[in-house]
Design a protein around this ligand. Sequence first.
Ligand SMILES: [Fe+2]
Length: 245
Amino acid sequence: MVKLIASLLLLAVVAQAYGDFKCALSKQESKSFVRELQREREEHQLKEKQNLSHEGQDQECKGSLAVPEITKDWVDMKDACIKGMRNQIQEEINASYQYLAMGAYFSRDTVNRPGFAEHFFKAAKEEREHGSKLVEYLSMRGQLTEGVSDLINVPTVAKQEWTDGAAALSDALDLEIKVTKSIRKLIQTCENKPYNHYHLVDYLTGVYLEEQLHGQRELAGKLTTLKKMMDTNGELGEFLFDKTL
Ligand SMILES: [Fe+2]
């Protein structure tokens, strides 16, 4: 009887020990399982991030949302007029760079004509703004959803030095005449049938041509005054004229 009781007690102890061991094993497995899950989740998140990054590069920042299908009937500018607008944007940027070169030249310590430099830097800024306003116009008409990357090419500046202020003002006047002709050509393209882009033609005529014509007159006046001053006073005339700019 005593042996039986002892055997039962031993059996109970072994059973308890086995239960504890199984429980510990179960906890251990559970922890490993959780760690495995976490590792898989982290790997998945990393892959998703990498995929999003690649998609972003492929789509050139088009965003992750699909473009909804809506009517395009309101996007009604015609090809020749759009092409003319794009050309005009490039013309304005070309003029801006040329004026920038003029401003840089008269800023040289060896030239040192701060009035001329300021005048041409201001002109460069205005030309750049003319270009960006035409870009805004195309965008307003729904024409900038594609082909944006080749909208503007960085131009090579044709001339970087001038014999004097009169030569630079003369070049500036020639540049404005060229831009004016380009705007007139654009107006003719866009006003003719079948385009009849009245709104654009009105904008180009009322805003751009208006400014061009006043700008040309101002430059012609300045050039005349400067030439008179230089004819009678040489470089001193140029020096004094620079103070008026
Ligand atoms: Fe302009």
